[in-house]
Design a protein around this ligand. Sequence first.
Ligand code: IYT
Ligand code: CU
Ligand code: CU
Length: 305
Amino acid sequence: DPNDCSRTRQPFVLSNPYNFSLDIRIPGVIPTEVRCIFFVILDFVPHASMDTAHHMILYGCKTPYATQGYWDCGKELGTCRDQAKIMYAWARNAPPTKLPKDVGFKVGGDTRMNYFVLQIHYGDVTNFRDRHRDCSGLTLRMTSKPQPFIAGMYLMMSVDTVIPPGKKVTNADIACTYTSSPMYPFAFRTHTHSLGKVVSGYRVRNGQWTQIGRQSPLLPQAFYPVANTIDVKNGDILAARCVFTGEGRTTNTQIGGTSNDEMCNFYIMYYMDNSRAVPYMSCGDDSSSELFRNIPSEANIPIPV
Ligand code: IYT
Ligand code: CU
Ligand code: CU
């Protein structure tokens, strides 16, 4: 009987990447009233040997590019038909990100996060000369118990930066006023391609700049912990700067999806009260306002790697 809950669920083990099902069952609940059941992800457990995967990114979305098997994201279209939302990133040699207690990503139900798509990037395939099979991946520890706090993602991205060839320093500045209920950042991730030197993100409140995160995008692009406890409230400004170099290029470099293009992203992983949770926000404003005249000097100092 497919609905038989009596069998104790075997712990999920990704045994064979070519034929597996992420068997997420409602754990034997007896629904007393009609309500849409959703789940909360409490933990991501990466399974990736250090000498195979370079990075993995887990997305959530409503309709994935395909619902069977796997596809080559280098060739195929994309991750999802609707806008994919990044939920987790693992990068070789970076510690896995842990969610705080009582915090989880809400998925399923009416969240429009009905599918997971895992993107695995293999640095080099020389390790596969012996034709061994890789079964890297993630195990999601989940519950159907609502949590007091919901995790969310705030994506800051530059859209119309142009990096002139040879120019030593080009800044991409992004800023948006925050207008939602209070959020509490606990991890951040930076993403650029090879021209990025340092990416920093701040909260600006009454002219006061407080760092949320700062990292070299040349280091593993994982979600790193936010050093100090910080809140972001209605009326605060979120500001981020990517420092690029144009050295080594002979033509302008613009924002885009290929490695010849560039990207400037600062992701903030935060939690909010469950009652007023907004799971996903984004800011795509290339700000050239005089606001950045007061950005702390560390934002312009490349991080030695
Ligand atoms: C043009 C750009 O900056 N793209 C980034 C950020 C981005 C991510 C997602 C933009 C949108 C998204 O739905 I998810 I619109 C970008 O593609 N970043 C990559 C991908 O997430 C893999 C990264 O590694 O952060
Ligand atoms: Cu990679
Ligand atoms: Cu990119």
